[in-house]
Design a protein around this ligand. Structure first.
Ligand SMILES: Cc1ncc(COP(=O)(O)O)c(C=O)c1O
Length: 438
């Protein structure tokens, strides 16, 4: 008798960001295979991967180049530590990352997730200021944007601003200062008030993903950089979501000619294949950690799987694919098509706003009574029609792989529009006339 995976899931798995009580009442979808822009379930049904497997798939699933690179690395070594040893894939990848990153970022520190890339940037900024000494040692706090999301570890949550996710943990967090996203004057005000205690400002450049694809006004990121310089504060850009082409350029920072002091990348780094993250730093910060061993300026941080060779091989192959397949160049007409199609979606009476940049899209249906679970209903309706999407509350997120074809893109937007209509009808079936929550 075969294994009943659905029952086993209900009996054994605790899913992330999931109310298990509701989960166990629904039929879970078991993804067994994949191909290009499609995920395939255990019954052989195909679904367009409309959120790139949580915002990380870049060149599609089962990409021949990435598959082959992982297999080739497997023939050599699957894992060897970066603590006290090194390996070719890790150093080659670091060099490639420095080549494509905003100029001036010259050192690469590996970890495995977006949360840890941010955690590391915060610790680096803090320790750097401590080691500069004098009045800089008082720089122990951080500024972040309201509604920011930088991951789920305690440091990342401390600079997070999404109450639904973060408020429970407040007593565990270190104190920070929150400023209004997109408002440079507010940042200037807070910097002026707390000038001498701020180690760094952290931002998600251009688009705040988990906040519901909130976008900043043009020029804001540049102003943030200028203010950080004026107040002698470090700038950390978290490109975990925006990096590797999502906003139309390799990194979002490029669009405003901004070079952060620390850059966090993860998700799309391996093309969406394996867990790998990197925190890139300026040479100045790196040099601040140099000294004799007994000066104890070492960065005492490192995970067991830091810089895993299989993941580095996947990342190298993903960067090759960017070059060989001219991924960013070929993305531009698709971005234009996507936003043309979204124009029709925004005109739907069920939609209040469509936001985003490049292939990062939030279709806002709100506000609604949370009990209606409108966003979740859209997910279920889309599944019936052959697409996987995952909402943030009542914001339907679309974030397809950069490799999606124009035909698949049209199908995806059509499915989502139909699913929104169907979800709305089912949610309000018993309530006539249809009225939105205040
Ligand atoms: C901007 C940003 N930073 C950090 C993270 C955390 O990344 P991870 O889930 O890999 O820890 C995310 C995840 O969505 C993110 O969007």
């Amino acid at each position: 008798m075969g294994i009943d995976h659905v029952q086993l899931d209900r009996d054994r798995i605790w899913h992330p960001f999931t109310q298990q009580q509701a989960w166990c009442e629904e039929e879970p979808l078991m993804i067994e295979r994949s191909e290009g822009s499609y995920l395939i379930d255990s019954d052989g049904r195909r679904y367009i991967d409309g959120v790139s497997s949580l915002w990380c798939n870049v060149h599609g699933h089962r990409h021949p180049g990435i598959d082959a690179a992982i297999a080739a690395q497997l023939e050599k070594v699957a894992h060897s530590t970066m603590l006290g040893l090194s390996h070719p894939a890790g150093v080659e990848l670091a060099d490639r990352l420095v080549e494509i990153a905003p100029p001036g970022l010259s050192r690469v520190f590996y970890s495995e997730s977006g949360s840890t890339a941010v955690e590391i940037a915060l610790k680096m900024a803090f320790q750097y200021q401590q080691q500069r000494g004098g009045q800089h040692a008082r720089r122990t706090s951080f500024i972040h944007l309201r509604d920011s999301y930088h991951g789920d570890t305690i440091g990342s949550v401390s600079v997070g601003g999404i109450d639904l996710f973060h408020s429970t943990y407040r007593p565990l967090l270190f104190p920070t200062h929150a400023v209004e996203p997109g408002d440079a004057e507010d940042l200037e005000r807070v910097l002026s008030l707390h000038e001498e205690e701020i180690a760094a400002v952290i931002v998600e450049p251009l688009v705040q993903g988990a906040a519901g694809m909130l976008t900043h006004p043009p020029g804001y990121l540049r102003q943030v950089r200028e203010l950080c310089d004026a107040f002698g504060v470090l700038l950390i850009c978290d490109e975990v979501a925006t990096g590797f082409g999502r906003t139309g350029t390799m990194f979002a920072c490029e669009q405003e000619d901004v070079v952060p002091d620390l850059l966090c990348v993860a998700k799309g780094l391996t093309g969406g294949y394996l867990p790998l993250a990197a925190t890139l730093s300026s040479e100045l910060i790196y040099e601040g950690f140099l000294g004799a061993p007994d000066e104890y300026r070492t960065f005492f941080h490192g995970h067991t799987y830091t810089g895993n060779p299989l993941a580095c091989a996947a990342a190298l192959a993903s960067l090759d694919a960017f070059e060989q397949e001219r991924t960013l160049e070929r993305l531009q007409p698709k971005v234009a098509l996507l936003w043309e199609l979204l124009g029709d979606v925004e005109r739907m009476s069920e939609v209040s706003e469509v936001r985003g940049r490049g292939v990062m899209v939030g279709i806002d249906l709100g506000p609604h009574d949370p009990a209606l679970r409108l966003g979740h209903r859209v997910t279920l309706e889309a599944r019936e029609r052959g697409a996987i999407v995952r909402p943030l509350g009542d914001v339907v997120v679309l974030m397809p792989p950069l490799s999606i074809s124009e035909r698949e893109l049209r199908t995806l937007v059509e499915i989502v529009a139909d699913s929104i209509r169907a979800a709305w009808s089912s949610a309000y079936a018993s309530a006539a006339p249809l009225v939105r929550a205040a």
